[in-house]
Design a binder for this molecule. Sequence first.
Ligand SMILES: NC(=O)c1ccc[n+]([C@@H]2O[C@H](COP(=O)([O-])OP(=O)(O)OC[C@H]3O[C@@H](n4cnc5c(N)ncnc54)[C@H](OP(=O)(O)O)[C@@H]3O)[C@@H](O)[C@H]2O)c1
Length: 327
Amino acid sequence: MDHALAQRPLGSMGLHSSLLAFGAMGLSGVYGAADDHQSIALLRTALDKGVTMFDTADVYGNGHSESLMGEAFEGMRQRVVIATKTGEGADSGRGRPDYIRQAVEESLRRLKTDYIDLYYLHRVDPATPIEDSIGAMSELVTAGKVRYIGISEVGPKTIRRAHATHPISAVQQEYSLFVREAETEVLPTLRELGIGLVAYAPIGRGLLSGALKHIEDVENWEQRKARYPRFADDAFRANVQRVEKMRQIASDAGTTPAALALAWLLQSGPDIVPIFGTRGVAHLEENLRAASLALDARTVSRLTELFPVGALAGARYNEAALKRIDR
Ligand SMILES: NC(=O)c1ccc[n+]([C@@H]2O[C@H](COP(=O)([O-])OP(=O)(O)OC[C@H]3O[C@@H](n4cnc5c(N)ncnc54)[C@H](OP(=O)(O)O)[C@@H]3O)[C@@H](O)[C@H]2O)c1
């Protein structure tokens, strides 16, 4: 192992992750083309550099992202914490116990393993009581197919109901300098219940890296703006302007905007694990530097002033995707 990244507990059931975790969604072409051989090598490099938790979902590339992880970690299962999800998709019924029971088998096959460390309900199914979805996942724990349970994009009431059904180890929510809404109700609820927060899209889907200055810099722009309105014309320009102001703060802290965005999340609480995504080793290395960055109080207050709650221009998702988010 090149480096050892410190471990953080997630929840109170025994789950641990490296300070920073790796998100494998972008390896299935969401933000631009990715090469499978390079992606498999990248996953192994991340492991060698001390990342232990790897995040995927059955919907990422329709199983493709899980298959890459299965390929990358075959023969080294004990060294990785595999997190995957089910229950996301346009049609309802994906939170039904029978759907979950079948989905887990397919994920296990693609991941080439007989257990999943952290299994999330990706979205709450409005047609299925949360107790039924989590109850089915709890049975998977009893059967030894799943070790810990998580849930993604949920409001406080659902978190409480889910946790009363089976102890939840992690809630996965979008959380970054641009999207701080979790601080209002979700984070206090998680802290009261002793549940960890896994912060997804911590680099604001690329915006907080400062690498995207012009629309021409954004790979798959048409597709991205259709799904993520933050990339649409005026919203994109407003977001870039704000990130431009962050450059000086990063430079004064002796780092880059991407590493600063991750370090800010890490200093926000010992119960937070950011999962970033990248397709390249250079960005992986840059992002991992966040783990050894100590931010002083002045840097933190400059950041929170520049990025107040609601700073993101443009909605997080398009309307269809927003409808599937539980509040
Ligand atoms: N639960 C959910 O509903 C949900 C939703 C979305 C995501 N997630 C999870 O969260 C993970 C991370 O989210 P994400 O990938 O959407 O967003 P992210 O980590 O905020 O951003 C990823 C984007 O940033 C770019 N990037 C990363 N590091 C960079 C750097 N140092 N410099 C310049 N650009 C950089 C990547 O491009 P390059 O590839 O070129 O580096 C990619 O386009 C996903 O992989 C997935 O596992 C979960």
